[in-house]
Design a binder for this molecule. Structure first.
Ligand SMILES: [Zn+2]
Length: 470
Protein backbone atom coordinates (compact mmCIF):
# COMPACT_ATOMS: atom_id res chain seq x y z
CA UNK A 1 0.00 0.00 0.00
CA UNK A 2 1.33 3.40 -0.94
CA UNK A 3 1.64 5.87 1.94
CA UNK A 4 -0.86 8.33 0.39
CA UNK A 5 -3.43 5.60 -0.07
CA UNK A 6 -2.85 4.49 3.51
CA UNK A 7 -3.53 8.01 4.75
CA UNK A 8 -6.68 8.19 2.66
CA UNK A 9 -7.92 4.87 4.07
CA UNK A 10 -7.21 6.05 7.62
CA UNK A 11 -9.04 9.26 6.89
CA UNK A 12 -12.07 7.30 5.63
CA UNK A 13 -12.12 5.18 8.79
CA UNK A 14 -11.94 8.31 10.97
CA UNK A 15 -14.71 9.99 9.03
CA UNK A 16 -16.90 6.91 9.29
CA UNK A 17 -16.29 6.84 13.03
CA UNK A 18 -17.08 10.52 13.39
CA UNK A 19 -20.32 10.24 11.45
CA UNK A 20 -21.39 7.18 13.40
CA UNK A 21 -20.70 9.10 16.64
CA UNK A 22 -22.74 12.01 15.33
CA UNK A 23 -25.51 9.63 14.36
CA UNK A 24 -25.44 7.99 17.81
CA UNK A 25 -25.46 11.45 19.42
CA UNK A 26 -28.44 12.46 17.32
CA UNK A 27 -30.18 9.22 18.15
CA UNK A 28 -29.49 9.74 21.85
CA UNK A 29 -30.44 13.41 21.65
CA UNK A 30 -28.92 16.49 23.21
CA UNK A 31 -26.82 16.07 26.31
CA UNK A 32 -28.36 17.21 29.59
CA UNK A 33 -27.12 16.65 33.16
CA UNK A 34 -30.04 14.75 34.57
CA UNK A 35 -33.32 13.17 33.46
CA UNK A 36 -36.05 12.26 35.93
CA UNK A 37 -37.86 9.60 33.96
CA UNK A 38 -41.28 7.98 34.32
CA UNK A 39 -43.94 8.57 36.95
CA UNK A 40 -46.78 11.03 37.24
CA UNK A 41 -45.38 14.52 36.64
CA UNK A 42 -47.52 17.10 38.46
CA UNK A 43 -46.33 20.34 36.89
CA UNK A 44 -48.43 22.97 38.76
CA UNK A 45 -48.02 25.14 35.62
CA UNK A 46 -50.70 27.56 34.31
CA UNK A 47 -52.67 24.73 32.70
CA UNK A 48 -52.09 22.44 35.71
CA UNK A 49 -50.74 19.76 33.40
CA UNK A 50 -50.41 16.28 34.91
CA UNK A 51 -48.33 14.00 32.69
CA UNK A 52 -48.66 10.25 33.21
CA UNK A 53 -45.42 8.45 32.34
CA UNK A 54 -43.70 11.82 32.09
CA UNK A 55 -40.12 13.04 32.43
CA UNK A 56 -38.12 16.16 33.25
CA UNK A 57 -34.76 17.05 31.65
CA UNK A 58 -32.31 19.23 33.60
CA UNK A 59 -29.19 21.09 32.48
CA UNK A 60 -27.09 23.67 34.34
CA UNK A 61 -29.48 23.69 37.29
CA UNK A 62 -32.41 24.56 35.03
CA UNK A 63 -35.37 22.61 33.67
CA UNK A 64 -34.89 22.35 29.90
CA UNK A 65 -37.94 20.23 29.11
CA UNK A 66 -41.00 18.63 30.69
CA UNK A 67 -43.02 16.10 28.73
CA UNK A 68 -43.88 12.50 28.02
CA UNK A 69 -41.13 10.02 28.89
CA UNK A 70 -40.85 8.73 25.33
CA UNK A 71 -40.49 12.24 23.90
CA UNK A 72 -37.88 13.31 26.46
CA UNK A 73 -35.95 10.05 25.84
CA UNK A 74 -35.93 10.80 22.10
CA UNK A 75 -34.74 14.38 22.52
CA UNK A 76 -32.21 14.06 25.35
CA UNK A 77 -29.58 11.84 26.93
CA UNK A 78 -27.99 12.25 30.36
CA UNK A 79 -25.25 10.63 32.41
CA UNK A 80 -27.68 10.46 35.35
CA UNK A 81 -31.23 9.15 35.08
CA UNK A 82 -33.55 8.92 38.09
CA UNK A 83 -36.20 6.28 37.55
CA UNK A 84 -39.48 7.67 38.88
CA UNK A 85 -41.78 4.99 37.44
CA UNK A 86 -44.81 4.48 39.68
CA UNK A 87 -43.99 7.62 41.68
CA UNK A 88 -45.04 11.26 41.62
CA UNK A 89 -42.69 14.00 40.41
CA UNK A 90 -43.71 17.36 41.85
CA UNK A 91 -42.20 20.84 42.16
CA UNK A 92 -40.10 21.21 45.33
CA UNK A 93 -42.27 22.31 48.25
CA UNK A 94 -41.90 25.88 49.51
CA UNK A 95 -42.04 26.52 53.23
CA UNK A 96 -43.04 30.17 53.20
CA UNK A 97 -42.40 30.92 56.86
CA UNK A 98 -40.16 29.44 59.51
CA UNK A 99 -37.41 30.15 62.01
CA UNK A 100 -35.22 27.20 61.17
CA UNK A 101 -32.90 27.00 64.22
CA UNK A 102 -35.98 26.85 66.47
CA UNK A 103 -36.11 23.11 65.77
CA UNK A 104 -33.78 23.04 68.79
CA UNK A 105 -36.68 24.39 70.91
CA UNK A 106 -39.09 21.75 69.61
CA UNK A 107 -41.48 20.95 72.48
CA UNK A 108 -39.83 23.30 74.99
CA UNK A 109 -43.22 24.81 75.90
CA UNK A 110 -46.56 23.80 74.44
CA UNK A 111 -50.23 24.51 74.95
CA UNK A 112 -49.95 28.26 75.65
CA UNK A 113 -51.08 31.40 73.81
CA UNK A 114 -48.59 33.38 71.71
CA UNK A 115 -47.97 36.12 74.27
CA UNK A 116 -47.27 33.82 77.21
CA UNK A 117 -45.33 31.34 75.05
CA UNK A 118 -43.17 34.08 73.55
CA UNK A 119 -42.46 36.20 76.64
CA UNK A 120 -42.16 33.49 79.31
CA UNK A 121 -40.39 30.78 77.33
CA UNK A 122 -39.11 31.59 73.86
CA UNK A 123 -37.52 35.02 74.38
CA UNK A 124 -35.77 33.93 77.66
CA UNK A 125 -34.61 30.62 76.15
CA UNK A 126 -33.26 32.50 73.14
CA UNK A 127 -31.50 35.10 75.27
CA UNK A 128 -29.69 32.37 77.21
CA UNK A 129 -28.85 29.95 74.41
CA UNK A 130 -28.75 31.41 70.93
CA UNK A 131 -25.18 31.71 69.67
CA UNK A 132 -23.81 31.34 66.17
CA UNK A 133 -22.92 27.71 66.94
CA UNK A 134 -26.47 27.03 68.19
CA UNK A 135 -27.92 28.57 65.02
CA UNK A 136 -25.65 26.49 62.79
CA UNK A 137 -26.61 23.20 64.46
CA UNK A 138 -30.31 24.13 64.44
CA UNK A 139 -30.13 25.07 60.78
CA UNK A 140 -28.48 21.77 59.86
CA UNK A 141 -31.16 19.87 61.77
CA UNK A 142 -33.97 21.88 60.18
CA UNK A 143 -32.48 21.57 56.69
CA UNK A 144 -32.17 17.80 57.06
CA UNK A 145 -35.79 17.59 58.17
CA UNK A 146 -36.93 19.84 55.31
CA UNK A 147 -35.02 17.93 52.61
CA UNK A 148 -36.43 14.65 53.94
CA UNK A 149 -39.91 16.16 53.60
CA UNK A 150 -39.40 17.45 50.06
CA UNK A 151 -39.00 21.14 50.94
CA UNK A 152 -36.58 22.73 48.50
CA UNK A 153 -37.09 26.43 49.34
CA UNK A 154 -37.79 28.03 52.68
CA UNK A 155 -38.28 31.55 53.95
CA UNK A 156 -36.59 32.21 57.26
CA UNK A 157 -36.46 34.90 59.94
CA UNK A 158 -33.88 34.54 62.68
CA UNK A 159 -30.67 35.82 64.21
CA UNK A 160 -27.16 35.17 62.82
CA UNK A 161 -28.88 34.80 59.45
CA UNK A 162 -25.48 34.99 57.74
CA UNK A 163 -24.57 31.67 59.42
CA UNK A 164 -27.97 30.26 58.38
CA UNK A 165 -27.26 31.35 54.81
CA UNK A 166 -23.86 29.67 54.95
CA UNK A 167 -25.33 26.36 56.19
CA UNK A 168 -28.16 26.57 53.66
CA UNK A 169 -25.81 27.11 50.72
CA UNK A 170 -23.58 24.24 51.89
CA UNK A 171 -26.56 21.88 52.16
CA UNK A 172 -27.65 22.91 48.66
CA UNK A 173 -31.07 24.22 49.75
CA UNK A 174 -32.76 27.36 48.41
CA UNK A 175 -33.68 30.06 50.90
CA UNK A 176 -35.18 33.52 51.16
CA UNK A 177 -33.37 34.31 54.37
CA UNK A 178 -34.24 37.32 56.48
CA UNK A 179 -32.06 38.73 59.25
CA UNK A 180 -34.43 39.51 62.12
CA UNK A 181 -34.26 43.07 63.44
CA UNK A 182 -36.19 44.09 66.54
CA UNK A 183 -36.24 46.99 69.02
CA UNK A 184 -34.50 45.21 71.88
CA UNK A 185 -31.09 43.55 72.30
CA UNK A 186 -31.02 40.09 70.72
CA UNK A 187 -28.36 37.37 70.52
CA UNK A 188 -26.53 38.73 67.47
CA UNK A 189 -27.04 42.49 67.66
CA UNK A 190 -27.39 44.58 70.80
CA UNK A 191 -28.53 47.87 69.24
CA UNK A 192 -30.59 48.96 66.23
CA UNK A 193 -27.54 50.58 64.60
CA UNK A 194 -25.57 47.33 64.96
CA UNK A 195 -28.47 45.35 63.48
CA UNK A 196 -28.69 47.69 60.48
CA UNK A 197 -24.95 47.41 59.84
CA UNK A 198 -25.11 43.62 60.10
CA UNK A 199 -28.12 43.46 57.76
CA UNK A 200 -26.60 45.74 55.16
CA UNK A 201 -23.41 43.63 55.07
CA UNK A 202 -25.50 40.45 54.93
CA UNK A 203 -27.61 41.76 52.01
CA UNK A 204 -24.53 42.82 50.04
CA UNK A 205 -22.64 39.58 50.71
CA UNK A 206 -25.33 37.19 49.41
CA UNK A 207 -26.82 39.28 46.60
CA UNK A 208 -26.85 37.29 43.34
CA UNK A 209 -26.15 33.91 45.00
CA UNK A 210 -27.73 30.97 43.14
CA UNK A 211 -29.49 29.55 46.23
CA UNK A 212 -29.58 32.21 48.94
CA UNK A 213 -31.69 35.34 48.51
CA UNK A 214 -30.94 37.62 51.46
CA UNK A 215 -33.74 39.65 53.06
CA UNK A 216 -34.37 41.93 56.02
CA UNK A 217 -36.91 40.77 58.59
CA UNK A 218 -38.33 43.29 61.05
CA UNK A 219 -40.00 41.05 63.65
CA UNK A 220 -43.49 42.66 63.75
CA UNK A 221 -45.26 46.04 63.84
CA UNK A 222 -45.55 45.73 67.65
CA UNK A 223 -41.82 45.04 68.24
CA UNK A 224 -40.29 47.50 65.73
CA UNK A 225 -41.00 51.25 65.85
CA UNK A 226 -42.49 53.27 63.00
CA UNK A 227 -39.18 55.08 62.46
CA UNK A 228 -37.32 51.79 62.22
CA UNK A 229 -39.90 50.26 59.87
CA UNK A 230 -39.42 53.26 57.57
CA UNK A 231 -35.66 52.70 57.72
CA UNK A 232 -36.12 49.06 56.72
CA UNK A 233 -38.27 50.07 53.75
CA UNK A 234 -35.59 52.55 52.64
CA UNK A 235 -32.89 49.86 52.89
CA UNK A 236 -35.07 47.46 50.90
CA UNK A 237 -35.51 50.10 48.17
CA UNK A 238 -31.83 50.89 48.10
CA UNK A 239 -30.67 47.27 47.84
CA UNK A 240 -33.71 45.70 46.14
CA UNK A 241 -34.10 43.29 49.04
CA UNK A 242 -37.23 41.46 50.16
CA UNK A 243 -38.76 42.34 53.54
CA UNK A 244 -40.21 39.60 55.72
CA UNK A 245 -42.42 40.45 58.70
CA UNK A 246 -45.07 38.95 61.02
CA UNK A 247 -48.37 40.83 60.60
CA UNK A 248 -51.71 40.55 62.44
CA UNK A 249 -50.97 37.25 64.07
CA UNK A 250 -53.22 37.75 67.10
CA UNK A 251 -56.22 39.80 68.14
CA UNK A 252 -54.06 41.40 70.86
CA UNK A 253 -51.71 42.78 68.19
CA UNK A 254 -54.64 44.32 66.31
CA UNK A 255 -56.02 45.86 69.52
CA UNK A 256 -52.64 47.26 70.59
CA UNK A 257 -51.73 48.70 67.17
CA UNK A 258 -55.23 50.14 66.74
CA UNK A 259 -54.93 51.88 70.13
CA UNK A 260 -51.40 53.20 69.50
CA UNK A 261 -51.63 54.06 65.81
CA UNK A 262 -55.35 54.60 65.23
CA UNK A 263 -55.32 51.99 62.45
CA UNK A 264 -55.32 48.23 62.06
CA UNK A 265 -51.84 46.68 61.40
CA UNK A 266 -52.04 46.35 57.59
CA UNK A 267 -53.60 49.84 57.30
CA UNK A 268 -50.88 51.25 59.54
CA UNK A 269 -48.11 49.57 57.49
CA UNK A 270 -49.66 50.89 54.25
CA UNK A 271 -49.98 54.40 55.73
CA UNK A 272 -46.30 54.62 56.70
CA UNK A 273 -45.26 53.44 53.23
CA UNK A 274 -43.90 50.11 54.45
CA UNK A 275 -45.72 47.74 52.05
CA UNK A 276 -44.30 46.92 48.61
CA UNK A 277 -44.19 44.07 46.05
CA UNK A 278 -41.08 42.91 47.94
CA UNK A 279 -42.96 42.43 51.24
CA UNK A 280 -43.73 38.98 52.63
CA UNK A 281 -46.23 39.10 55.52
CA UNK A 282 -46.49 36.00 57.68
CA UNK A 283 -49.87 35.12 59.23
CA UNK A 284 -52.28 38.02 58.39
CA UNK A 285 -54.83 36.21 60.58
CA UNK A 286 -56.90 39.13 61.85
CA UNK A 287 -57.40 41.25 58.74
CA UNK A 288 -60.59 42.77 57.36
CA UNK A 289 -61.82 43.30 53.78
CA UNK A 290 -60.07 46.66 53.45
CA UNK A 291 -56.77 45.14 54.58
CA UNK A 292 -57.14 42.28 52.09
CA UNK A 293 -57.54 44.98 49.44
CA UNK A 294 -54.36 46.70 50.65
CA UNK A 295 -52.34 43.46 50.48
CA UNK A 296 -53.55 42.95 46.91
CA UNK A 297 -52.95 46.58 45.86
CA UNK A 298 -49.39 46.65 47.21
CA UNK A 299 -48.50 43.20 45.79
CA UNK A 300 -47.70 41.86 49.27
CA UNK A 301 -47.20 38.10 49.69
CA UNK A 302 -49.06 36.52 52.60
CA UNK A 303 -47.92 33.27 54.20
CA UNK A 304 -50.48 31.15 55.98
CA UNK A 305 -49.35 28.98 58.92
CA UNK A 306 -52.39 26.90 59.85
CA UNK A 307 -50.76 24.56 62.36
CA UNK A 308 -49.00 27.30 64.34
CA UNK A 309 -52.14 29.46 64.30
CA UNK A 310 -54.23 26.54 65.58
CA UNK A 311 -51.73 25.45 68.23
CA UNK A 312 -51.33 28.95 69.68
CA UNK A 313 -55.10 29.53 69.20
CA UNK A 314 -54.21 32.69 67.30
CA UNK A 315 -57.19 32.44 64.93
CA UNK A 316 -58.05 31.51 61.35
CA UNK A 317 -56.59 33.57 58.50
CA UNK A 318 -59.16 34.48 55.81
CA UNK A 319 -57.38 32.36 53.18
CA UNK A 320 -60.38 31.68 50.88
CA UNK A 321 -61.18 35.42 50.89
CA UNK A 322 -57.55 36.37 50.18
CA UNK A 323 -57.38 33.87 47.31
CA UNK A 324 -60.66 35.20 45.87
CA UNK A 325 -59.28 38.75 46.06
CA UNK A 326 -56.11 37.71 44.20
CA UNK A 327 -53.69 38.12 47.11
CA UNK A 328 -50.46 36.11 46.68
CA UNK A 329 -50.88 33.42 49.33
CA UNK A 330 -48.28 30.83 50.33
CA UNK A 331 -48.05 28.27 53.09
CA UNK A 332 -45.61 27.77 55.96
CA UNK A 333 -44.95 25.71 59.04
CA UNK A 334 -43.70 28.57 61.24
CA UNK A 335 -40.92 27.64 63.67
CA UNK A 336 -40.87 24.10 65.01
CA UNK A 337 -41.41 25.40 68.55
CA UNK A 338 -45.02 26.21 67.60
CA UNK A 339 -45.92 23.39 65.20
CA UNK A 340 -43.80 21.13 66.13
CA UNK A 341 -42.27 19.98 62.85
CA UNK A 342 -41.37 21.37 59.45
CA UNK A 343 -43.57 19.09 57.35
CA UNK A 344 -45.25 20.89 54.47
CA UNK A 345 -47.42 17.79 53.95
CA UNK A 346 -49.04 18.33 57.32
CA UNK A 347 -49.32 22.06 56.57
CA UNK A 348 -51.18 21.33 53.30
CA UNK A 349 -53.49 18.84 54.98
CA UNK A 350 -54.17 21.25 57.87
CA UNK A 351 -54.81 24.21 55.53
CA UNK A 352 -57.30 22.26 53.44
CA UNK A 353 -59.22 21.02 56.48
CA UNK A 354 -59.07 24.11 58.71
CA UNK A 355 -60.82 26.34 56.16
CA UNK A 356 -63.52 23.80 55.42
CA UNK A 357 -64.30 23.56 59.12
CA UNK A 358 -64.15 27.26 59.90
CA UNK A 359 -66.24 28.29 56.87
CA UNK A 360 -68.59 25.33 57.14
CA UNK A 361 -67.95 24.72 53.44
CA UNK A 362 -66.10 21.57 52.32
CA UNK A 363 -65.52 23.05 48.86
CA UNK A 364 -63.02 25.72 49.97
CA UNK A 365 -59.26 25.06 49.65
CA UNK A 366 -59.65 21.83 47.63
CA UNK A 367 -56.64 19.48 47.43
CA UNK A 368 -55.32 21.00 44.20
CA UNK A 369 -55.38 24.50 45.72
CA UNK A 370 -53.66 23.22 48.88
CA UNK A 371 -50.81 21.81 46.77
CA UNK A 372 -50.68 25.13 44.91
CA UNK A 373 -50.25 26.99 48.23
CA UNK A 374 -47.15 24.88 48.90
CA UNK A 375 -45.70 25.24 45.38
CA UNK A 376 -46.58 27.93 42.82
CA UNK A 377 -48.61 29.97 45.33
CA UNK A 378 -45.70 29.94 47.76
CA UNK A 379 -43.34 31.00 44.97
CA UNK A 380 -45.61 33.98 44.20
CA UNK A 381 -45.94 34.91 47.87
CA UNK A 382 -42.13 34.98 48.15
CA UNK A 383 -41.90 36.94 44.85
CA UNK A 384 -39.85 34.12 43.30
CA UNK A 385 -42.37 32.68 40.82
CA UNK A 386 -40.14 33.54 37.85
CA UNK A 387 -37.65 30.95 39.14
CA UNK A 388 -39.49 28.28 41.16
CA UNK A 389 -42.89 26.83 42.09
CA UNK A 390 -43.72 24.73 39.02
CA UNK A 391 -42.12 22.23 36.67
CA UNK A 392 -41.73 24.33 33.54
CA UNK A 393 -39.02 24.84 30.96
CA UNK A 394 -36.74 27.69 32.05
CA UNK A 395 -37.38 27.43 35.79
CA UNK A 396 -34.73 26.30 38.25
CA UNK A 397 -34.64 22.52 38.65
CA UNK A 398 -36.17 22.04 42.11
CA UNK A 399 -38.16 18.82 42.11
CA UNK A 400 -39.19 15.98 44.34
CA UNK A 401 -39.85 12.30 43.64
CA UNK A 402 -42.53 10.90 45.95
CA UNK A 403 -43.39 7.26 46.56
CA UNK A 404 -47.02 6.39 45.89
CA UNK A 405 -47.15 2.73 46.84
CA UNK A 406 -47.29 2.76 50.65
CA UNK A 407 -50.28 1.22 52.40
CA UNK A 408 -51.77 4.61 53.27
CA UNK A 409 -51.61 5.53 49.56
CA UNK A 410 -53.31 2.41 48.23
CA UNK A 411 -55.36 2.42 46.03
CA UNK A 412 -55.11 5.70 44.11
CA UNK A 413 -57.82 7.59 42.21
CA UNK A 414 -56.74 11.22 42.21
CA UNK A 415 -53.16 12.48 42.41
CA UNK A 416 -53.94 15.82 44.14
CA UNK A 417 -56.10 14.12 46.75
CA UNK A 418 -53.35 11.61 47.36
CA UNK A 419 -50.60 14.16 47.71
CA UNK A 420 -52.51 16.42 50.07
CA UNK A 421 -54.61 14.06 52.19
CA UNK A 422 -52.64 10.78 52.26
CA UNK A 423 -48.95 11.41 51.59
CA UNK A 424 -46.47 12.03 54.43
CA UNK A 425 -43.02 13.57 54.55
CA UNK A 426 -41.60 10.06 54.95
CA UNK A 427 -42.89 9.14 51.47
CA UNK A 428 -40.43 11.56 49.83
CA UNK A 429 -37.78 9.49 48.06
CA UNK A 430 -35.46 11.77 46.09
CA UNK A 431 -34.94 15.53 46.15
CA UNK A 432 -33.26 17.71 43.52
CA UNK A 433 -32.46 21.39 44.13
CA UNK A 434 -30.90 23.62 41.45
CA UNK A 435 -30.31 20.44 39.45
CA UNK A 436 -28.31 18.79 42.25
CA UNK A 437 -29.51 15.59 43.94
CA UNK A 438 -29.49 16.35 47.69
CA UNK A 439 -31.36 13.20 48.74
CA UNK A 440 -31.30 9.99 46.76
CA UNK A 441 -33.52 7.05 47.73
CA UNK A 442 -34.03 8.60 51.18
CA UNK A 443 -30.31 9.05 51.82
CA UNK A 444 -29.19 12.61 52.52
CA UNK A 445 -26.17 13.50 50.39
CA UNK A 446 -25.23 16.92 51.75
CA UNK A 447 -25.81 16.55 55.50
CA UNK A 448 -24.54 14.10 58.13
CA UNK A 449 -27.70 12.95 59.86
CA UNK A 450 -26.27 10.99 62.85
CA UNK A 451 -23.81 13.78 63.67
CA UNK A 452 -26.53 16.45 63.49
CA UNK A 453 -28.77 14.49 65.87
CA UNK A 454 -25.89 14.01 68.29
CA UNK A 455 -25.08 17.75 68.32
CA UNK A 456 -28.78 18.65 68.74
CA UNK A 457 -29.12 16.34 71.75
CA UNK A 458 -26.07 17.91 73.40
CA UNK A 459 -27.57 21.39 72.91
CA UNK A 460 -30.82 20.18 74.44
CA UNK A 461 -28.90 19.53 77.68
CA UNK A 462 -27.53 23.06 77.62
CA UNK A 463 -30.98 24.59 76.99
CA UNK A 464 -32.53 22.54 79.82
CA UNK A 465 -29.85 23.62 82.30
CA UNK A 466 -30.18 27.28 81.24
CA UNK A 467 -33.88 27.22 82.15
CA UNK A 468 -33.14 25.70 85.56
CA UNK A 469 -34.81 22.42 84.61
CA UNK A 470 -33.47 18.91 84.91
ZN1 LIG B 1 -43.05 33.17 62.82
Amino acid sequence: MKPTFKRLALCCVLMAQLSSNAFAQQRRGARVDLIVSGGTVVTMDEGRRVIEDGAVAVRGGRIVAVGRRVDIARRFSAPEVIDAAGKAVIPGLINGHTHVPMVLFRGIADDLDLNEWLTKFIFPAEAKNVTEEFVRVGTQLGLAEMIRGGTTTYCDMYYFEDAIADETARAGVRGLLGETVIDFPVPDNKTWAEAMRYTEAFLSKWRGHALVTPAVAPHAPYTVSEEHLREVRAMSDRLGAAVVIHVSETRKEVDDISKQKGARPVEYLARIGFLSPRTVAAHTVHIDEAEIGLLKRHGVGSVHNPESNMKLASGVAPVPQMLRAGVLVGLGTDGAASNNDLSMWEAMDAAAKLHKLSSNDPRVVPAEDALALATIGGARALHMADRIGSLEEGKRADLVVVDLDELHQTPRYNIYSHLVYATKASDVRTVVIEGRVVMRDRRLLTLNEPLIKQKARLLRERVTRSLGRQ
